[in-house]
Design a protein around this ligand. Structure first.
Ligand code: FUC
Length: 807
């Protein structure tokens, strides 16, 4: 019997309940309660969530609702800006970026308090919902505690705590019900009468807790930044016993005594898009508490499995490592990165986190997913548009969670209206624009400081996600729906691009290369404002190209298509500087911070596709040199991005090294922009502080080592690290609309199956110098056309083809 099996058998024997499915590799586990929030385990159903700390005598569970925001809709557009545009552009044309910058700093800023002034301004902040406090009493104090175990099963989206005190086994089980849409906790003592506790709920501010019958109700209204009357919320708590025991409300707490088993239900709602939030909160609680626990849990896991089970990754892990508590395993990995099981776990944790923090019909995961433990969440827990919210969605398509893209797509659609006003006010342009950040209130103006806030390709980068969702799924009706959003973004750039004087290229002006600065030539004066930054050029080329293709697919807008085709030829090309690196700006400026965390000019390498290993080898080489100079460190998300870059450059070992850097253990939770990125004991990514983008970027980066399709050709195992010689996956997705399953051994591909989700012709690279055979369905041998090592395979929806390789 393996150690894991022994643990499970022991767990079953001691606690009377086991995880639903015995996959020890898919759990995070610890031998003590969480000492800090970054050790607590996140649960979420995409809308609401909780993070229990597993405390023995006092337990705190941080509660969240993804819609709970202060602030409100505001007009932050600065009417003055547009009239300065000609002067700003002229200064940029003359190379006087410092003077242009002075003017931009005065004008291309949002009106009002902006985003950096706490949660009481209109921009607002994502806030924690509250804290649930459970005080446990043990018959003879907390004596002789043994066998403490705290875990999160990714397989069931359920957390557990168990321990023995005074010969009594206490178990707790927690989940954020996907189906019933409430938070559920089951508490159990192996000896009847030994379960005694009190439950209360509060938050650091703006709340009132009242006892309503046998329920606790916490309610309040956040600040909207105008008259204080912002978003309203409700949270309700109810306790139900099974068997003997007493429940009584006392002093705004629910007290349970002499019980053996109890269930705590928590429902939460806000009035964001929901005037009936109060009755909904009541109804959700009622429904869940009236049903059998086992049925609620079964419905929860069933709904969760519909997402989670779509894909698997196996890297031939060492099962003995599963018996090491996750915090120690993480530390161990830093010294000895040969734990493929941890890579599997981290990969699936990324998928778990996306499933848990994104729910169609609600909001996309923010900077912290849906988990925050303070009122003023770092950077307001908002949606940063110059890398962060996009990175949150990198795993969505490739790891087979396409529906979870929907909230981001919706958020983007909602930005078109305010973004059109912003386009008119700041640029006197048609179409729509969003700058560097947004919130749930449709903020599209520049941020209050143009050095970071004036980037005007934030909305376009979101459009790349709308497109990607189409590209992976090829649903024409969906394309029709989103076409106006893409078109509006392209129209904005058609209007604002200006011909720069040196080459006559069409460029954005003013703009920045996200958050990076350069020295004015011949000086050490750092300046951010420029024209035609490389990332802008790549994003503009991409939106123009996508609108051209979309209008062709839909057979519309020939005139616009003509204009876009013409404009594309006038965009600045990607250029290589005298030092062999890809140029970040139109001029070969010296960057103020050569190791800056953003590597925006490599957008074209990843997530874009303008720089590819085979298509543009010189640019790929320049990208490689760029990365060498940028270094292998940075904030959490920066390390995660670099995994993806190296995977796209076909260097699996370097990608793996970056993964190791991303997984470097940290406790640091203060704000740090330099080289302190890593991973907390609960495997949350550390910027620091906690920022979830790195989890998602890391997950996507692992996928990119095994499968890529951005160049139009499906590349199998394009960046396989030496550390992973044996493995397989199934259910990963590629552009064009197919699912791919692959197996490999001895570091070499052995078989691959392509299952068409939509009918299409797929191009698949066949490894060189091997004998490949192709079988359609179960046994029909086929001989696809192979040219230059690429097989072309036409499949109807639902059909499969398997390639077997003799190495
Ligand atoms: C951007 C990044 C920072 C941080 C913040 C939330 O400003 O440059 O590193 O991730 O977003």
């Amino acid at each position: 019997m393996t150690k894991n099996l022994i643990i499970i058998v022991l767990l079953v024997a001691l606690t009377g309940f086991a995880p639903n499915r015995d996959k020890p590799g898919l759990r995070l586990w610890y031998e003590q309660p969480a000492g800090r929030w970054e050790e607590t385990l996140p649960l979420g159903n995409g809308r609401i969530g909780m993070m229990p700390d597993g405390g023995i005598e006092k337990e705190t569970l941080v509660l969240n609702d993804i819609t709970l925001w202060s602030g409100s809709v505001q007009d932050a557009d600065n009417l003055d800006a547009a009239k300065y545009l000609p002067e700003i552009r002229q200064l940029l044309f003359e190379g006087k970026n410092d003077q242009a910058q002075e003017l931009v700093y005065k004008t291309f800023v949002c009106k009002g308090a902006g985003s950096r002034n706490g949660p009481k301004v209109p921009y607002g902040s994502f806030e924690l919902l509250g804290n649930l406090h459970i005080d446990y009493q043990y018959p003879s104090g907390n004596a002789a505690l043994t066998k403490y175990c705290r875990q999160l099963s990714l397989d069931d989206a359920t957390a557990n705590v168990s321990f023995i005190a005074d010969g009594v086994t206490y178990t707790r089980e927690y989940f954020a019900a996907f189906d019933h849409d409430v938070l559920v906790i089951r508490l159990h003592a192996s000896k009847k009468g030994n379960l005694n506790f009190k439950v209360g709920i509060d938050r650091p501010q703006v709340f009132e807790t009242i006892l309503e019958g046998d329920e606790l109700l916490m309610k309040g209204q956040l600040d909207n930044g105008v008259d204080g009357k912002g978003m309203k919320y409700n949270a309700r708590v109810k306790v139900k016993l099974s068997g003997s025991g007493k429940v009584a409300g006392n002093d705004n707490r629910i007290e349970v005594s002499d019980a053996g088993e109890a269930f705590i239900f928590i429902s939460a709602t806000t009035d964001f898009n929901d005037p009936a939030f109060e009755s909904k909160c009541q109804a959700l609680l009622q429904k869940a508490s009236n049903e059998k626990y086992a049925a609620t849990k079964a419905a929860h896991t069933k709904a969760y499995h519909q997402y989670f089970d779509r894909m698997h990754l196996r890297l031939n892990p060492d099962p003995a490592k599963d018996a090491i508590p996750t915090n120690l395993r993480l530390t161990d990995f830093a010294d000895n990165p040969s734990d493929n099981g941890l890579v599997e776990l981290y990969f699936q944790y990324g998928r778990y986190l996306l499933i848990s923090s994104s729910r169609p019909g609600f909001l996309p995961p923010n900077l912290q997913g849906l988990w925050a433990n303070t009122i003023n969440t770092p950077w307001n827990g908002d949606y940063h548009l110059n890398i962060n919210v996009q990175m949150n969605h990198w795993p969505a398509e490739i790891t087979n969670l396409a529906e979870l893209h929907q909230p981001l797509i919706q958020l983007t659609q909602n930005m078109v209206e305010p973004g059109s006003r912003t386009a008119k006010t700041f640029y006197n342009a048609n179409g729509w624009v969003a700058h560097m950040m947004t919130n749930i209130w449709g903020f599209t103006a520049p941020g209050e400081h143009p050095s970071w806030g004036a980037t005007n390709t934030g909305g376009t980068w979101l459009c790349a996600h709308l497109w990607e969702h189409y590209d992976y799924n090829r649903d024409r009706q969906y394309l029709q729906q989103i076409y106006p959003v893409l078109k509006g973004s392209a129209e904005f750039f058609l209007d604002v691009l200006v011909a720069e004087p040196k080459h006559g290229w069409l460029v954005t002006a003013p703009t920045t290369s996200p958050e990076n600065a350069f020295f004015m030539p011949g000086t050490k004066k750092a300046v951010n404002i420029c024209m035609g930054s490389t990332m802008d050029n790549q994003l503009v080329r991409e939106i123009f190209t996508n609108v051209i293709t979309a209008s062709e697919v839909l057979g519309i807008d020939t005139e616009l298509r003509g204009k876009l085709k013409n404009a594309v030829t006038k965009l600045p090309p990607n250029r290589i500087g005298s030092d062999g690196r890809l140029m970040e700006w139109l001029e070969e400026y010296e960057e103020a911070e050569p190791r800056h965390r953003h590597v925006s000019h490599l957008y074209g390498l990843h997530p874009g596709n303008q720089i590819t290993l085979r298509g543009t080898p010189e640019l790929a080489e320049a990208a490689r040199k760029t990365l060498e100079v940028r270094g292998d460190g940075g904030t959490g998300w920066s390390r995660a991005w670099k995994i993806n870059f190296w995977a796209r450059l076909g260097d699996g070992n370097r990608a793996y090294m970056l993964l190791r850097n991303l997984l470097s253990p940290t406790f640091d939770s203060g704000m740090n922009y330099t080289n302190r990125g890593g991973t907390y004991p609960n495997l949350f990514c550390a910027h620091p502080p906690f920022q979830i983008d790195g989890n998602f970027g890391g997950c996507a980066g692992i996928a990119e080592m095994f499968l890529q399709s951005h160049s139009g050709v499906i590349e199998l195992l394009p960046a396989l690290p030496d550390a992973m010689p044996i493995g397989s996956f199934d259910g990963m997705r590629v552009r064009g609309g197919a699912e791919v399953s692959v197996a490999w051994a001895g570091g070499k591909l052995t078989s691959a199956t392509l299952k068409a989700v939509t009918g299409n012709t797929f191009k698949v690279r066949v490894p060189e110098g091997v004998q490949a055979t192709f079988t359609k369905g179960k046994k029909e041998t086929v001989n696809p056309r192979i040219s230059e090592g690429v097989a072309e395979i036409t499949l109807q929806a639902g059909e499969t083809v398997t390639m077997r390789i003799k190495n």
